[in-house]
Design a protein around this ligand. Sequence first.
Ligand code: ATP
Ligand code: FE
Length: 335
Amino acid sequence: PIILGIESSCDDTSAAIIQGKKILSNVVSTQKIHQDYGGVVPELASRVHLQNIVPVVHQAIQLANINKKAIDAISFTRGPGLLGSLLVGTSFAKSLSMSLNVPLIEVNHMQGHIFAHFIEEDEKKNICFPFLCLTVSGGHTQIVKVNDYFDMEVLGETLDDAAGEAFDKIGKLMGLEYPAGPMIDNLSQIGNKDKFKFPLPKLKGIKFSFSGIKTSVLYFIQKEVEKNPNFIKDNLEDLCASVQKTIISALLDKIKLAIKITGIKNVAIAGGVSANSELRREIIKLESDLNCKTFIPKFEYTTDNAAMIAVVGSIKYEHHKFSDLKTVATARYKI
Ligand code: ATP
Ligand code: FE
């Protein structure tokens, strides 16, 4: 089938066309307006989605080089996310499905991040069930046991901030623009990650916490800036590398624990933070260290994109899982 996927849960307006599991187009329009505010402003986000949705969908159809009448179904992000943002994608998907007279397919955004692994699957390197997925993004940090396409179990998640949120908030403390994750990753390449030590959360079981790391970086920076007003500028790369190391090792500790508890050795990562170069390296190391099979998503399918929403649509279509027009956008929506 040919599916149009629509994603609008946060600050990216995106549309993609997929045929089977092959992506024909994937257009992502990232909203720049939030940079001035150091974080996403929900009211502004929904307004920009409204402006972007028609041109973004139009461009996806054009780039895929198809006629819109060739679309067999429309999949869209129902939640979780910002309600105003979700409403734009949901209402647009519903109206287009009515006018084209094709079925609607609702998608859970977090399931979408995980399903990014099924895009253009290579038969030989197929990810096989069950697998563990460390889903790390701007709003979530979870370890999910994926038994099958539609059978997923959250083994544990964060008690406070998400990993991406920790990158962004700590970056803001250091004066970096939103979202700071990619910048911290870049600056870390030339920094010394052992220069500064920040405490890791001491949590039993599969649970995460990042607010403590954030607070300890805040107090540390405040103390040092009193002595040297240029402390951040003078040490930016080393600060970034040390912060990144702390966040990534907190993630690694718990994925290792989940491997030990479940005995599952197929390990995947997903979500925006799975773009992080150190996390990618460390996960691949589990192959030699713990004899795991690891799965790293393509870079362009880590942060928000509609290709991942389209691939869920494609797989749900095959399983006849359709939604009706009464489906509503749902800000808090569990997988
Ligand atoms: P959610 O998926 O939980 O609803 P979201 O959709 O806002 O949240 P994503 O787009 O999946 O989040 O991910 C964005 C997050 O990923 C941001 O916090 C960003 O800083 C982080 N991120 C992106 N690239 C990197 C990187 N290279 N290193 C670290 N963090 C990164
Ligand atoms: Fe996301």
